[in-house]
Design a protein around this ligand. Structure first.
Ligand code: EPU
Length: 438
């Protein structure tokens, strides 16, 4: 199906939008529900593709996923069976979450078949840390065409040292170690708020997990986990994306549900470029605090650094800042694929393989375009663009909202993977927009 939106930009975005549970947490809490025989209730579940994929896999295993109220799922995984190859065919290459099924499936069946993973095309995205960690906990791994098979009679505690604080590998170790025999020490763990949210649910289910300040997570294996009720943290990537849309269009957006603590690093940078924000218990209002936006140098990093997923909409906002900004990407090798189109819209952004002076590059001398220099302010013009991946896609939408005139955004459905009801949200911000499906 070909799908696109047509919208008219160049007007300040004014109004309110509401956040739901985070795309990068909710599907993982659904996976955690497979660790128990008892029902796990998850609230604030957005209607996005990763949720739908995990719900489908749980149903195929014989588990029950019921929407007991709008946005509230009850997952009961009492009588489930292992996945076989046929169950995975239509999932292959569509999401990264299925790799996290390993822990629950190994505990319950001694084998875990995983499909070839999907997700955005933003670099090689290997799973070597996952494989190494699961081997450390006693699993064996056979790579197969279209995926892989992990097996383990019993998982046992161990010491896992991650080469890099990977979010997914940290979640893998936690989800695998909670029911393992003995204690697992995870070193150099990721400590993103999304991981703390997963730990919070697991604690409610009966897990014993402690997090030290030095990126060490200690998991004491328990015999059994029970049911729980959990409201997932609001989506902090979406919160920052709307903030960039507000400052870029010189508008004012109240993001209901946005929380200060998970985005303090973003708020600091937002303020430094001339953004304003008012924080209340119900959410945060974002706006431009001064007529002229200021340039900045930023570097993406793991938490508590500036998230790689904030990079794209922030870069778009920087096209409106007065001067030369530098954005250096350190988490993914290839996360500037969207720049060419922005330049065609009128931006002046150059990409470089070198890191800025005084910054040690994670990717060394490999040929990755890891730094962007943005010269602003530039007038953006509407045009026809095609969404390449989720975050780049949303940043295109932000660019088309800043741009004068009409734009067509093709392949718009990719955005449904991470942004619920996007067209309705844009309409509520008084954007002239039509959605076409052919
Ligand atoms: N890495 C490896 N080997 C591994 C795992 C990771 O080399 O086995 C590398 C990656 O290639 C990357 C770095 O480690 O260079 C960080 O990857 P990480 O494992 O932290 O990322 P992820 O768990 O695959 C999640 C989010 C991403 C987000 C990153 C970083 C989900 C489903 N995805 O990915 O979100 O950018 O953490 O915060 O949680 C998005 O939402 O659009 C998105 C891409």
């Amino acid at each position: 199906m070909r799908d696109y939106i047509r919208l008219r930009g160049g007007k300040p975005l004014v109004g309110e939008i509401a956040l739901r549970g985070a795309k990068n947490t909710v599907p993982k809490t659904m996976v955690a529900a497979l660790l128990s025989d008892e029902p796990v209730i998850i609230r604030d579940v957005p209607k996005i593709e990763d949720v739908e994929i995990i719900a489908r896999l749980i149903a195929r295993m014989g588990g029950q996923v019921e929407e007991i109220r709008p946005g509230t799922l009850q997952i009961t995984a009492k009588n489930i069976r292992a996945l076989d190859r046929g169950d995975l065919e239509d999932i292959t290459g569509r999401s990264r979450i299925p790799i996290l099924l390993c822990g629950p499936l190994l505990h319950r069946f001694g084998r875990a078949l995983v499909p070839k993973l999907g997700g955005c095309n933003i670099g090689p995205r290997p799973v070597d840390f996952h494989v190494k960690a699961l081997r450390e906990l006693g699993a064996t791994y056979d790579e197969e065409r279209g995926g892989g098979l992990f097996t383990a009679k019993r998982l046992r505690g161990g010491t896992v040292i991650l080469e890099y604080p990977s979010v997914g590998a940290t979640e893998q170790v936690i989800l695998s170690a909670v029911l393992s025999d003995g204690v697992t020490e995870l070193h150099n763990a990721a400590v993103e708020p999304e991981i703390m949210d997963l730990i919070a649910l697991l604690q409610k289910m009966g897990a014993i997990i402690s997090v030290d300040m030095d990126r060490r997570i200690i998991i004491e294996g328990v015999k059994k986990l029970g049911g729980a009720v959990h409201s997932s943290m609001p989506d902090r990537i979406e919160a920052a994306s709307w903030a960039c849309a507000a400052i870029g269009t010189n508008g004012r957006i109240f993001v209901r549900g946005a929380e200060q603590l998970p985005i303090t690093t973003f708020l600091n940078k937002f303020r430094q470029i001339g953004g304003g924000f008012d924080i209340t218990r119900d959410g945060i209002t974002f706006y431009r605090a001064q007529p002229k936006l200021l340039p900045i140098t930023i570097e993406t990093d793991v938490h508590p650094g500036f998230m790689t997923d904030w990079q794209q909409p922030f870069t778009v906002a920087l096209t409106q800042a007065d001067g030369r900004s530098v954005v250096h990407e350190t988490v993914y090798e290839s996360r500037f694929g969207y720049i060419e189109e922005l330049n065609k819209m009128g931006a002046t952004i150059s990409l470089y393989e070198e890191a800025p002076a005084n910054i040690k590059s994670r990717f060394g001398k490999r040929n990755y375009r890891q730094s962007a220099i943005i010269k602003g302010p530039t007038k953006l013009r509407g045009r026809e663009i095609t969404v390449p991946d989720l975050r780049a896609g949303f940043s295109y939408v932000v660019a088309t909202l800043i741009a004068a005139g009409e734009s067509t955004v093709k392949n718009f459905s990719v955005l449904q993977r991470g942004y619920e009801h996007l067209v309705a949200k844009l309409q509520s911000l008084e954007v002239e927009i039509v959605e076409v499906k052919t």
